[in-house]
Design a protein around this ligand. Structure first.
Ligand code: FRU
Length: 504
């Protein structure tokens, strides 16, 4: 009898711990404002995406990470992997601070030809060592570039004994190396942010770097310090167009941080821009420090940090701070005689589609589409096309009157987001300011994709020629989508897809 009771107790205990364990697992990604289709760390602080590289069928995402706090602090590289760029598994911390400093932003490559001598196909990370100790002493040369390599797909890392591989040349802001292989000269190219311009370096082996050229001192936006560059070619109708992206903080088009870009040519030594116009990858306030994956061939996929230095440290989340944007595929489009970079959510995101509602030829003057499609109950993607482009507002709201609106203003020929009544907006001044983006397309039609998560909206207008990303913090989740247009217009195709959580 007694042994039987013991067994029963044991089984009950086991069942209890199993349930408790699975509840904690589920609860981890269910907190208020926790994005469901965007990567965010389970706990702690995250900023820039770093070292993204595709290797052995896995996409690696490293990121600026402070594991012990929800505000910026001693930087590590956190690590997550995915096989589809949609579902992410957070792994153990990849890089820890060392005697040279904390681990600031950078990139990773696969050294196929063993140029560095760590072995063929070794994953090598190139990052900025930032010495807070030297900073305290008022020393200017606090930032240097270092490398580390991994022989087990990014899980454990060995720091190179000869670090730093690129000492500081006397510039306080000297960081965020983005390295790629340039086949014609058979050299590695590093784009480095050096305060108010980009310096290009080349290397045969990732260890010895030679300065090639400087770009941008008097070109582009200069409202803040230049950070996190990226340079890569894209193909357009048989022509190769080089894109140089430069993150800048502050000085973005809607305040705070943002990513500008230039199109042009690159010959392994010098970048020559097509023009000097200021263009932004995303006009919204919440896409920063974005760069592209390496080792993905001609396909260029991009991810940004979905926040803004103007308020990142004080956004109202509890266990963690910040998420990334959805992964986006970049392409070159021609608008008039200008090359523009367009962004679109990667097609892989469709794996999350649960239910889909389609309608054709919908007369839109003031319609609540969620009465037909079913209320929002988490993330969703809304796509609209029309043969004409009229003024309109797409409002996402909850039943307490909180809302975020996206729309088109014909007179100004601008898209906008209004998050002034989106919920908790008072944690920082100016959070509710109107956000605008120019319309670049000269087409007569409407083509809009909205990627909606519990705390963000990403707008891709005109096939991603005008992009806006904004985060928000409603007191209860949004449930309704309303489309209104003072002149009325006919939506040719409408699709609303409810998405399942990527954490499930
Ligand atoms: C950009 C940035 C980088 C730096 C990192 C530090 O957001 O300031 O320039 O390497 O963040 O966390």
């Amino acid at each position: 009898m007694i042994p039987k009771i013991k067994w029963l107790l044991l089984i009950l205990c086991f069942a209890f711990f199993q349930t408790a364990n699975s509840q904690t697992k589920d609860a981890a990604y269910m907190e208020k404002h926790r994005p469901q289709i965007h990567f965010s760390p389970k706990k702690g602080w995250m900023n820039d995406p770093n070292g993204m590289v595709f290797f052995n069928d896995k996409y690696h995402l490293f990121y600026q990470y402070n594991p012990d706090s929800t505000v910026w602090g001693p930087m590590h590289w956190g690590h997550a992997v995915s096989t589809d760029l949609v579902h992410w598994e957070e792994l153990t911390i990849a890089l820890y601070p060392d005697a040279l400093g904390t681990i600031f932003s950078g990139s990773a490559v696969i050294d196929k030809n063993n140029t560095a001598g760590f072995g063929a196909n070794t994953m090598v990370a190139i990052y900025t060592s930032h010495s807070h100790a030297m900073e305290k002493d008022g020393f200017e040369k606090v930032e240097t570039q270092s490398i580390a390599y991994s022989l087990d797909e990014g899980i454990t890392w060995i720091k190179y004994k000869g670090n730093p591989v690129l000492p500081n040349s006397g510039i306080r802001d000297f960081r965020d190396p983005k390295v790629s292989w340039y086949e014609p000269t058979k050299k590695w190219i590093m784009a480095l942010a050096t305060m108010d311009h980009i310096t290009f370096y080349s290397s045969p082996d990732l260890k010895n770097w030679t300065e090639e050229s400087k770009f941008g001192k008097n070109i582009g936006a200069h409202g803040g310090v230049w950070e996190c560059p990226d340079i890569f070619p894209l193909q357009h109708e048989g022509k190769q167009v080089w894109v140089l992206m430069v993150n800048i903080n502050p000085g973005g088009p809607n305040g705070g941080s943002a990513t500008q870009y230039f199109t042009g040519g690159f010959d392994g030594h010098t970048f020559t821009p097509d023009d000097t116009e200021i263009k932004w990858i995303d006009y919204g306030p919440d896409d920063y420090a974005g760069i592209t994956w390496s080792n993905t061939g001609n396909r260029k996929v991009f991810i940004g940090w979905m926040s803004n230095w103007a308020y990142a440290n004080i956004v109202p989340t509890v266990n963690w701070r910040s998420a990334n944007t959805v992964v986006r595929e970049l392409a070159i489009e021609k608008a008039g005689d200008k090359y523009l970079v367009s962004s679109a959510p990667i097609k892989e995101i469709d794996v999350l589609k649960a239910t889909s509602y389609d309608a054709k030829n919908v007369k839109a003057k003031n319609i609540n589409i969620t009465t037909k499609t079913g209320k929002l109950n988490g993330p969703a993607i809304l796509k609209l096309t029309a043969d004409e482009l009229k003024e309109f507002n797409i409002t996402i709201s909850n039943n307490t009157g909180e809302k975020v609106a996206f729309g088109y203003d014909k007179t100004a020929n601008q898209y906008f987001i209004d998050r002034s009544q989106s919920g908790n907006v008072n944690f920082v001044k100016d959070f509710g300011n109107k956000i605008v983006a120019p319309r670049f397309s000269a087409n007569k039609n409407t083509d809009i994709t909205l990627v909606i998560d519990v705390a963000s909206v990403e707008v891709f207008a005109d096939k991603g020629l005008s992009v806006l990303t904004a985060i928000f913090f409603p007191t209860s989740d949004y449930t309704d989508i309303t489309i209104s247009s003072k002149d009325g217009f006919v939506i040719k195709t409408l699709n609303l897809s409810h998405l399942t959580s990527a954490w499930k």
